[in-house]
Design a protein around this ligand. Sequence first.
Ligand code: SF4
Ligand code: SF4
Length: 195
Amino acid sequence: MTVKSYFQNIYDNVKSISIGMKITLKYCFQKTVTVQYPEQRLTFAPRYRGIHEFEANKCIACDMCAKACPVDCIYIDKTAPRKIDKKTGIVNMSDPKNGQLVRYAIDYSKCLFCALCTEPCPTDCIHMGKLHDLSSYTREDVVVEFAQLDKQNLRTPIPLWMERNAGTIPWVKEEYDRVKSGTLATTAADIPSVK
Ligand code: SF4
Ligand code: SF4
């Protein structure tokens, strides 16, 4: 090694460390971007895909969504075929020929939120919703039983955080009331903005 290359190496090292430190220091003085969720919330992108919204009274249990799912996380069980009543647009459950939708469940520990299940649905009854937070204490709790939720007139689950914060945080209360009323939210505009 020549004297010149020796000093060149020292120069290169000091230069690269300086560049690294400059970037690090720049971040040290940046404004904090931490969001205190759920008191604060970022705005959803217009095409954001969240936990599904499901209209059980329009589902004919044809399995098209389950077949389209790339990770097989939709579970459907019915007692017999179901048909939509052309006049009302829903499955007439007083017609004995229509089977019961015994189970319609999605396992969110596997779901990719790819929306491939919504595309082939002939009755447009499965939608990508806007809720994203299904945090829970067990893996079983992230398997959402939509047919059971329908018995409570819910289209999507009410997560733990929503139950707990609805009394104190205005936007959560608004969202809680929306889910409780069975109103669909399929676009970013359907979710209240954070005030
Ligand atoms: S969003 Fe994709 S991964 Fe999730 S249930 Fe639908 S098809 Fe399956
Ligand atoms: S494709 Fe639609 S109608 Fe068929 S089982 Fe799935 S959600 Fe129900």
